[in-house]
Write a protein that binds this ligand. Structure first.
Ligand SMILES: Nc1ncnc2c1ncn2[C@@H]1O[C@H](COP(=O)(O)OP(=O)(O)OP(=O)(O)O)[C@@H](O)[C@H]1O
Length: 254
């Protein structure tokens, strides 16, 4: 089946003064995939994401999103993407339902707050304020809000940082569910297990450059074909499996 490119990034450069944080990055994202930007701290992942999201000026290069050119049609891009807000964007006086209604008003979109909260397992928190949520609940709410304008693409910047194993796995399932409904997902992460589990394809970014891009399987196979072997025999389970087995798979809310 022919894959449709929904994002095209060509020779993207971002300089902060003399310092080039992004040095000529190019990649495509296909419709309905989960695409990962992986890389160490400071590699330029967030900068790249924020440029595509129209939140940061680029220095050079071409970006198109859903066929719209970032230079000439940034407002059209804004309409088809969903972006996680900084937590400071959640007015402290409003509960979750009121926040969703407010964002719906800003986007001029009808919203069904309880249905959205149910999808993210937050229905019983409908009347709670954002600050009263646990870390996992905050992340789930933040991802829920990216869907308010019924976007074609959502951008998630390190969505599971700081979450416990149950909350991470729960969020992974939600991200798969969002994609299953037809939304393209672009995610940044430091966690390779997360990328391996979630991403159809990923770009590994280092010092502002893409150094590899492929499916996780193909990247691993390529390394193995070069003769790489783990020095220690791989066990059938890891410590995280032990932890999940002992403490249960259910989502913790504390
Ligand atoms: N506003 C800014 N002014 C100057 N330098 C910046 C600015 N924002 C980011 N940088 C620098 O650009 C580089 C890339 O930062 P960026 O936040 O894009 O990296 P990242 O890959 O997302 O890292 P992390 O995983 O730590 O979030 C870093 O060296 C950072 O210090």
């Amino acid at each position: 089946m022919e894959k449709n490119k929904i994002i095209e990034v060509r020779n993207l450069v971002k300089k902060y003064g003399e310092f080039a944080a992004v040095k000529g990055i190019s990649f495509d994202v296909y419709e309905h995939e989960i695409f990962g930007l992986l890389g160490p701290n400071g590699a330029g992942k967030s900068t790249t994401l924020e440029i595509i999201e129209t939140l940061r000026e680029k220095t050079e290069g071409q970006v198109t999103v859903g066929g719209f050119d970032l230079d000439t049609a940034p407002n059209d891009i804004k309409k088809i993407i969903g972006v996680q807000l900084q937590s400071s964007g959640y007015y402290p006086g409003l509960n979750l339902v009121e926040l969703i209604e407010m964002f719906g008003g800003l986007y001029n979109q009808p919203v069904q707050p309880i249905e959205l909260l149910r999808l993210f397992n937050l229905e019983d928190k409908a009347k709670a304020k954002y600050k009263e949520l646990s870390g996992g609940q905050k992340q789930r709410f933040s991802i829920a809000t990216t869907l308010i304008n019924k976007p074609r693409i959502i951008f998630l910047d390190e969505p599971t940082t700081g979450l416990d194993p149950q909350a991470r796995r729960n969020l992974w399932d939600l991200i798969l569910q969002v994609r299953a409904q037809g939304t393209t997902v672009v995610i940044t992460t430091h966690y390779m297990d997360e990328a391996e589990f979630l991403c159809d394809r990923c770009a590994i970014v280092d010092s502002g450059q893409v150094i590899a891009i492929d499916s996780p399987d193909a990247l691993i196979d390529n390394l193995v074909s070069k003769g790489f072997e783990r020095s220690k025999e791989v066990k059938k389970a890891n410590l995280e499996d032990v932890f999940i087995h002992l403490t249960g798979k259910d989502l913790r809310e504390s």
